[in-house]
Design a protein around this ligand. Structure first.
Ligand code: NAP
Length: 260
């Protein structure tokens, strides 16, 4: 793993010949991650819940890579093993997993409904944990692999009206470290990306709220919301050999938000 000076070249960032699973790949950040990985050379196993995956599939194929779609509701734990089995059947290996799928429910904490707590935790934390565990078994056999979890500013802060989202994203940061500690010996690195505020469906309600939107924008040193493409460089880095000595890290890509 350790590199000598002469080993370094931009080839270390290439994902040629790699196979990547991305969950929630039909839209938003997941679409950006899938396209970024494809542009860096990886073939994609796209996990989506609905049948609105055509745009992502086309973008991956336009980048010259294979795109295999698997439809699954990640809130249903019984789908997890099937995702891994199907990817292995099609590609015979898994080099990269991006646990991107996520959901959010907003309500004051005193009124927060049990079913909303469960809905968020099931996808944001439980699915990421169980899918990582299944994929890690394959990667441990391969003695290599990269797992990239999608954290949040809410992995560091408390927020308001989104208690399970905050709990799940703090949990994601913890899982990232727990997996990294145990799996380093198999040549697997587990890191997380914590996006700042990104223009996706997830943030549509707060962007539509003029007051809240202005407050957020006023706090971002970069002076603008991110777009999914702003996260592509980070995912390619963490998926590539260039990051082999980075493990258990939560990388904020936030336009400077956490520095305020
Ligand atoms: P998004 O546009 O709402 O995308 C969420 C993705 O997760 C969609 O593909 C969605 O599928 C999928 N998903 C949700 N529940 C699912 C389920 N039960 N089974 C399978 N797939 C499911 O939001 P996004 O902003 O791109 O979010 C992607 C990730 O980034 C999430 O983990 C989110 O927490 C995180 N994040 C976002 C921001 C931000 O500012 N946008 C900031 C920090 C972190 P459908 O389209 O079928 O619903």
């Amino acid at each position: 793993m350790a590199l000598e000076l002469n080993d370094f070249s931009l080839d270390l960032f290439s994902l040629d010949g790699k196979v990547a699973i991305v969950t929630g790949a039909n839209t938003g950040l997941g679409q950006g991650f899938a396209v970024g990985l494809a542009k860096a050379g990886a073939d994609l196993f796209l996990v989506t819940r609905g049948d609105n995956y055509h745009e992502t599939k086309e973008l991956v194929e336009n980048a010259g890579r294979r795109a295999v779609v698997f439809q699954a509701d990640l809130a249903d734990r019984s789908n997890i093993k099937e995702i891994v089995a199907k990817c292995m059947e099609v590609f015979g290996k898994i080099d990269i997993l991006v646990n991107n799928a996520g959901t959010i429910r907003r309500s004051p904490i005193l009124e927060f409904k049990e079913e909303d707590w469960d809905a968020v935790m099931n996808v944001n934390l439980d699915a990421a944990y169980f899918l990582s565990q299944e994929v890690a078994k394959v990667m441990a056999e391969q003695r290599s692999g990269k797992i990239i979890n999608i954290a949040s500013m809410l992995s560091f802060q408390g927020g308001k009206f989104i208690p399970p989202y905050t709990a799940s994203k703090h949990g994601i940061a913890g899982l990232t470290k727990a997996f990294a500690n145990e799996l380093a010996e198999y040549g697997i690195q587990i890191n997380a990306i914590a996006p700042g505020y990104v223009e996706t469906n997830n943030t549509a309600p707060i962007r539509a709220d003029e007051k809240r939107s202005a407050e957020i924008l006023g706090r971002i040193p970069a002076g603008q919301w991110a777009k999914p493409a702003d996260l592509m460089g980070a995912v390619v880095f963490l998926a590539s050999r260039a990051s082999d000595y980075v493990n258990g890290h939560v990388l904020a890509v936030d336009g400077g938000w956490l520095a305020r």
